[in-house]
Write a protein that binds this ligand. Structure first.
Ligand SMILES: [Zn+2]
Length: 455
């Protein structure tokens, strides 16, 4: 929507009418520097606006959330809309609902600062609260006195970060979750970093996690050739994710394998563990011994391929993102297990963005809980998706070297392995571990804050 739409909403005549009508009730309520001063008529217009136009005005305000040293020129109360309007020195403005401001009072009664958490209970919150007085204490602090004379103070940077304009919200969400990805195919330039540097240097660790989020895979080089390295790397983040395959697991050609990975056969492209309702977000694989012949790794950008499917075959995309498919995994390892799940092959969020791929042909259950007439369309859709992921333009192939630790996004990438010739005297051996994105993103935010020098 165009930024200039405000003019369309507030034609002069309309604005003047409301200025004169409402001005007498509320002008001069707001002041600067703690001095109660009447504003000139015309300055104190009450931006009443018809529904549909109202929120368009927030589009004119595009303060980025990372404002440091933000300065406020003026604050205004919009009693009818029950909003506080903050006019910034740079000419932009933000709106904050009364109820949200009261709910987020930063005083020691309403906030437990040692926990950075809200102590105010919803039962204590008047969701229809009005305001008694709003004052701009200084360019960086807004003070509000509520009808019960409770006083709240809000810092300008804090407010700016929480602006409700669509642009500010988008920027804030990107800062928090880093959901902008770089897609790739067979042309991937696989990002690499030094394993030991990532363990010991904060900047290297941050760069690693940023790339992991953005590209979906980073190859760490030079880990010691002994078990335990993926556990060390997990500790750099926080903790690893225990599953029925253990804290860490050994990918080797095993007699009586309890998982298709534990053979020397070809492993078709898959994500790990869709048999869980919450599959592990991140996977580490450390190459301890490599096969002389075969054993190359294959990876595919699942988000990129799913988007291609959406474009080329929207019906198949719709089927795979709406039908719940049964997955199963049973056996014994860390302990005995009988896991069942129902997952979409393609998970999308409420905006239709692909957020997770859940696909492992080995653990896709023969129990298929869908109506009879949807079975054939389901297979057609799945086949279309798998055919796309196997197009040479979409597959990146590489062979892990000794000491490599592949770290990748298991919600995004599909990975596979070419078959290899198994030798007992040189048994191919990878050690793996899982983590979840919550823990990985937590470490990323902490490292970023430290490197930016933020408190
Ligand atoms: Zn309070």
């Amino acid at each position: 929507m165009a930024i200039g739409s405000v003019t369309g909403c507030f034609g002069r005549p309309l604005m003047n009418m409301w200025t004169s009508l409402l001005g007498r009730f509320s002008l001069g309520r707001l002041s600067r520097g703690g001095v109660r001063a009447l504003q000139r008529q015309g300055e104190g217009w009450r931006p009443w606006m018809p529904m549909g136009c109202r929120w368009r005005q927030t589009l004119t305000a595009a303060p980025l959330p990372q404002g440091v040293g933000s300065s406020i020129r003026q604050v205004q109360v919009m009693d009818v809309e029950r909003l506080v309007q903050v006019n910034w020195e740079d000419g932009s403005h933000s709106f904050y609902p009364f109820v949200w401001l009261r709910d987020n009072c930063q005083c020691p009664v309403c906030t437990l600062h040692s926990a950075k958490a809200r102590s105010l209970l919803l039962s204590q919150l008047d969701i229809n609260t009005t305001v008694d007085r709003v004052t701009l204490m200084e360019p960086s602090t807004v003070s509000i006195v509520w009808p019960d004379q409770h006083t709240s103070e809000y810092d300008a940077d804090w407010l700016k970060k929480r602006c409700f304009s669509p642009e500010a919200r988008r920027a804030q969400q990107e800062e928090l979750f880093l959901n902008n990805r770089v897609y790739w195919g067979s042309d991937l330039q696989i990002p690499t970093a030094s394993f030991e540097e990532v363990l010991h240097d904060d900047k290297a660790a941050l760069d690693w996690l940023m790339e992991l989020r953005k590209v979906g895979i980073v190859l760490l080089k030079g880990a010691q050739l002994k078990q335990g390295q993926v556990a060390r790397l997990s500790q750099r983040i926080g903790y690893l994710r225990l599953t029925f395959y253990g804290h860490t697991w050994q990918v080797q050609d095993k007699l009586g394998a309890n998982n298709v990975a534990y053979t020397s056969g070809n492993l078709s492209l898959h994500t790990d563990y869709p048999a869980l309702h919450h599959p592990p977000g991140v996977q580490f694989l450390h190459c301890l011994t490599q096969a002389h012949q075969g054993g190359e790794s294959e990876v595919v950008d699942g988000f990129h391929v799913a988007n291609q499917l959406h474009w080329e075959n929207p019906e198949a995309f719709h089927t795979l993102s709406t039908l719940l498919v049964d997955f199963t995994d049973s056996g014994a390892d860390y302990c005995d297990f009988a896991v069942q799940s129902k997952n979409h092959i393609i998970d999308v969020d409420c905006d239709g963005q692909v957020v997770r791929i859940n696909y492992n042909n080995a653990t896709r259950d023969s129990i298929l809980d869908i109506p009879l007439e949807q079975v054939q369309p389901f297979y057609s859709s799945l086949k279309a998706f798998v055919d796309l992921m196997y197009q040479p333009k979409n597959i990146f192939t590489y062979k892990m070297e000794l000491g490599d630790v592949a770290t990748f996004d298991n919600w995004r990438l599909l990975h596979g392995r070419k078959s290899y010739v198994s030798h007992t005297e040189n048994l191919r051996h990878l050690e793996g571990a899982y983590l979840d994105w919550d823990e990985v993103m937590s470490r990323l935010r902490i490292l970023r804050k430290a490197i930016r020098g933020e408190t």
